[in-house]
Design a protein around this ligand. Sequence first.
Ligand code: CA
Length: 224
Amino acid sequence: MKILVVEDEKRLADSLADLLRSNGMEAEVAYDGGTGYEYAASGVFDLVILDVMLPVQSGLDVARRLRGDRNGTPILMLTARGELEDRISGLDAGADYYLTKPFDTGELLACVRALLRRQGEQVDVLTYGNTTLDLSTCTLSSGAEQVRLSAREFDIMRILMGAKHRNVAKEAILTKVWGYDSNADENHVEVYASFLRKKLAGIHSNVRIVAIRRQGYHLEVEEA
Ligand code: CA
């Protein structure tokens, strides 16, 4: 699990990152909202811990921009004590949960785990439009028609169906499907996206894989 900490109080940011690492997670830190947005927009993080008061761009703006990009990474927002309005605007801006500073590290870890769990809930099938992906048999079906997916096709389709209409960066697909150390590049993602498009068309699915330049892929349901 890879977590991004966006916090301008360096000591707090670094100690949060250490805490996450000592609990078996990977952590990266950004000390201002602009950098935080850039990192989070890469789509490689499973969770973003986001302070509200930040230089360059506030945490609220970062959250709004990410959601505007259809980036669905869970956001845990940190607000100062008693700033009720901040909390409400944080949730409005797209945060999934908030914690009030100062917080207990046990409480923070519990929130992080809950958000990560929610993200990875156990399900047997994923459905979008008229199409279902069976996670145990790796088959994609639409009505009575079905097709088996190869391992890579399945991994990519699972990521896209999990994100639904939200955009997933090519880099994120590459890292999740091929891993950090592989020689695969973004062309591989494109090739597999085209295999998947053919299979979707073959079973008369109404789901389309839409590519947006420099942003990646998302799914759309084709109007009849
Ligand atoms: Ca701050």
